[in-house]
Design a protein around this ligand. Structure first.
Ligand code: HEC
Length: 127
């Protein structure tokens, strides 16, 4: 009789304690099927340093400078490489692995770096 009582207690334990935690685990697992979170601009930029340099000031004219460029312009360029409007084999390969949010983040990251700056027409000729 005592053994039966113990079995009931143990059985109840599984229903009350184990079952909800199993259900919770399942819902956590399905969360992982959602797309991974977008990487920050700085994280994405590690894929760009080889050509555009760590701070976006590429030392060679073959690779455009990104530092200080308008974020909107860069984002538009990246989207154009992705959808084929702008054709470049290298950049097409790069953007293929980036989500739209990551292209935006990396554009904002390079826009914040010091580099390109707008020339003030009034200052032209005074140098
Ligand atoms: C293997 C070299 C290489 C890598 C790596 C690379 N790029 Fe480029 N990138 C280029 C070249 C070459 C161009 C010029 C292509 C053209 O003429 O359209 C370019 C052009 C661009 C442009 C257009 C610039 C402009 O002024 O029109 C942007 C924006 C850009 N890259 C961003 C990135 C970002 C962001 C990454 C990293 C996620 C990256 N690139 C990685 C070689 C590279």
């Amino acid at each position: 009789m005592k053994k039966l009582f113990v079995n009931i207690i143990v059985g109840l334990f599984f229903v009350v304690v184990a079952a909800p935690s199993f259900a919770e685990k399942q819902s956590h697992d399905s969360d992982h099927e959602v797309a991974p979170p977008a990487r920050s601009g700085e994280e994405v930029s590690t894929q760009c340093v080889a050509c555009h340099a760590a701070d976006g000031n590429s030392p060679t004219p073959n690779f455009p400078r990104l530092a200080g460029q308008y974020a909107d312009y860069m984002f538009h360029s990246l989207k154009s490489y992705k959808n084929g409007d702008r054709k470049n084999a290298i950049m097409a390969g790069i953007v293929a692995a980036l989500s739209e949010k990551e292209m935006k983040n990396v554009s904002e990251y390079y826009a914040r770096q010091t580099g390109l700056s707008v020339v003030n027409i009034d200052d032209e000729g005074k140098h």
